[in-house]
Write a protein of this length. Structure first.
Length: 377
């Protein structure tokens, strides 16, 4: 049972006590050997899917704990015993088991005594450790966990802890059952960006936004949405509407005044934003403009400590006679893919009343706001 012990140059904070609603995660003591052996390390049902062999005696467990306790001295080890509040007996383990300093990534491993299964203990511990690591290490970018594809219960732990399924690597790891296919789950620092992070981003993209007259004059209770999409994970095949051959898409290179007239049919005050210098992408039916969108460079911003380049599809509209055909959403899918190919990190939708529409291609809501500012969720 070996946890990661390579030299680490990241700004680690080490293993400190973490408390949750029901749990205390703490450093091990050599005196924990009997509990560790009896609760999980000596139980072949618990260790079946793990990479280390079942312990044969409490004495072996004690010798291992002696090493683990000594590792705490360097301040670089992350290895917790899991206890229930009010009961100091260890019932499981959670630890950082691998590090990749090139990508600033940590892998978390865990196990829990059988009689404590099915009580939500491990997701609670995993959520707490994820939060602790991101808060403690400013350069940590990604936390991930893996499981034998046949161990679906472990996968549910990762899902309940808010991790995202990344995929499966066939025959990539080995455990007590042999070489196995491995499911990977992860969480990125930007995944944990808060409402405050996104409010800051909005005000950087649109300085003084909440002081503008049209925002202050919104009716009470009217709450537009802000949405975002991480572009590296964007899959354009997520929306694949079959359109007739006479529907095409591309950048607009026609007369700007003619286009402004069409834009005014959708939103009367938008034509001012469409200039000869604008990047404009359109959907066409028989060569005529059916939908339109500005491609705007939002610049570089910091989201939860991570520098990101943001692209903005703006002034998105479809002429009334061409709506409900999939033309507008296909256009936005294409624009989003253009931003991805241009190596933007995020695509940002500002001021929309149609969050469900954008959600069809993966955008998620990060803020709602009204005439008094951000609506706190």
């Amino acid at each position: 049972m070996l946890w990661f012990r390579k030299e680490n140059t990241m700004n680690t904070v080490g293993t400190r006590t973490i408390e949750t609603e029901r749990l205390v995660l703490r450093r091990y003591k050599v005196e924990d050997a009997e509990d560790m052996y009896n609760n999980w390390a000596g139980d072949p049902e618990v260790t079946k899917f793990l990479s280390w062999p079942t312990h044969t005696s409490a004495e072996f467990t004690k010798s291992l704990l002696t090493k683990w306790v000594s590792f705490y001295e360097d301040g670089k080890t992350y290895n917790w015993g899991i206890t229930l509040k009010g009961d100091d007996h260890v019932i499981g383990n959670i630890a950082v088991v691998e590090r990749d300093e090139r990508t600033c990534s940590y892998e978390i491993g865990y196990c829990l005594g059988k009689k404590y299964w099915g009580r939500g203990i491990m997701p609670e511990a995993l959520r707490a450790v994820i939060r602790y690591l991101f808060e403690g290490e400013s350069d940590l970018n990604r936390i991930y966990a893996t499981h034998d594809l046949r161990n679906t219960k472990s996968g549910r732990v990762m899902q309940k802890a808010g991790m995202t399924f990344d995929g499966v690597l066939r025959g990539s790891k080995k455990n007590n059952l042999g070489i196995h296919d491995t499911a990977y789950y992860s969480v990125l620092r930007t995944d944990l960006a808060t409402e405050e992070d996104y409010e800051k981003l909005l005000l950087e993209l649109k300085p003084g936004f909440f002081e503008r007259d049209y925002v202050r004059n919104l009716p009470d209770g009217e709450t537009p949405y802000e949405q975002i999409l991480r572009l590296q994970s964007f899959n354009p095949k997520i929306y694949d509407k079959k359109l007739p051959a006479n529907v095409t898409f591309g950048f607009y290179d026609g007369d700007i005044e003619e286009l402004r007239g069409l834009v005014a049919q959708v939103v009367p005050h938008w034509p001012q934003f469409f200039t000869k210098e604008s990047r404009i992408y359109c959907g066409y039916v028989d060569g005529k403009v059916a939908s339109f969108c500005l491609l705007e460079d939002g610049g570089e911003h910091v989201i939860n400590g991570v520098k990101c380049r943001v692209g903005e599809p703006g002034c998105v509209g479809t002429l009334p006679e061409y709506r409900d055909r999939g033309i507008g959403l296909t256009m936005i899918r294409n624009v989003t893919e253009i931003f991805r190919q241009e190596l933007y990190d995020f695509s940002y939708i500002h001021y929309t009343y149609e969050p469900q529409w954008y959600a069809k291609i993966g955008y998620k809501t990060v803020l709602r706001w009204g005439n008094r500012g951000v609506v706190k969720e």
